[in-house]
Design a protein. Structure first.
Length: 154
């Protein structure tokens, strides 16, 4: 039985489309922290793709661009600044045009003012210092995504 037939049989008249989960690219080289953050974001309703270093981040971004499928793109990137291979700042610098509409939240254990300023200058939407309040991080992610949704609808 097709979805439409099921809906009609149930008297639903029309099928309600369930909104897709926001797609998040999470980059963190500390495996324990990455697993914890991914789990919390999934519980909060996000689809999470994990990357353990800067090279994996670039590969994930390249795949999403090459697919030309809106469902393959990321609604948000959350990344540690210091990653093996390429840092998140290197990724921002190199992929600025590809990330133009994608909010980026950076996290760092070395949160001096200069690092924050460089990150924001390169296009980061927010910078969080470790230790992270996960609830604050998820709230910021939701705000940035809803702001982006409002911009895309115009």
């Amino acid at each position: 039985m097709t979805e439409m037939a099921k809906a009609e049989a149930l008297g639903a008249g029309s099928i309600r489309k369930v909104p897709e989960a926001p797609r998040l690219l999470l980059a963190e080289d500390d495996a324990d922290l990455r697993v914890l953050l991914a789990e919390q974001f999934r519980r909060a309703g996000f689809e999470v793709v994990e990357a353990e270093d800067g090279t994996a981040v670039v590969e994930c971004l390249a795949q999403s661009i090459l697919r030309a499928d809106p469902r393959a793109s990321y609604d948000l990137i959350v990344s540690d600044i210091r990653l093996p291979g390429l840092s998140a700042l290197d990724v921002l610098r190199g992929a600025r045009s590809a990330l133009e509409t994608t909010p980026v939240i950076l996290i760092t254990g070395f949160g001096d003012r200069r690092t924050h300023d460089r990150a924001l200058l390169l296009g980061a939407s927010a910078v969080f210092d470790k230790p992270i309040d996960i609830d604050d991080l998820i709230d910021a992610a939701r705000r940035l995504i809803s702001r982006g949704d409002a911009t895309r609808r115009r």
